[in-house]
Design a protein around this ligand. Sequence first.
Ligand code: FES
Ligand code: FES
Length: 162
Amino acid sequence: MTSETVTLTINGVKTSLNASSRMTLADALRDVARLTGTHVACEHGVCGACTVIIDGLAVRSCLMLAVQAAGSEVVTVEGLARKGELSALQAAFRKHHAVQCGFCTPGILTTMHALLEEEPGADEERIREVLSGNICRCTGYVQIVEAVMEARASYSRIGSPT
Ligand code: FES
Ligand code: FES
């Protein structure tokens, strides 16, 4: 299988990855860039665990080839914190204990971050609508929704907390 050098920006750092032409972006992030915060479960675009932000949009990285991301700005869950400080959204998840096993959490954080960047005033109904694309097998989503609703204030106030 041929491999290609894919140049893109990951979490603000211009990066070149050596990826085979059939490698998914999820695998390239995990296995080549060693950013293992992006989780892979269904590999069919169903569960949302692999969600990253590409040019501002929440995208299933298991459904995209690495070569298709060339030239893009990619933010993974590792890119949400700044200088070792949790983002407002991450801090709210911790405060509300919005995790159990945590496997779904990176995808939910990136999905909700993209939502609040785009729609800082998203109400509970909208948050639940977007969240419905991310499967969590541990929680009832209540604490996740509480955390996202608390984090909204930071996005409204300063645009982006990260
Ligand atoms: S692993 Fe990509 S959506 Fe489930
Ligand atoms: S916290 Fe375990 S799958 Fe969501």
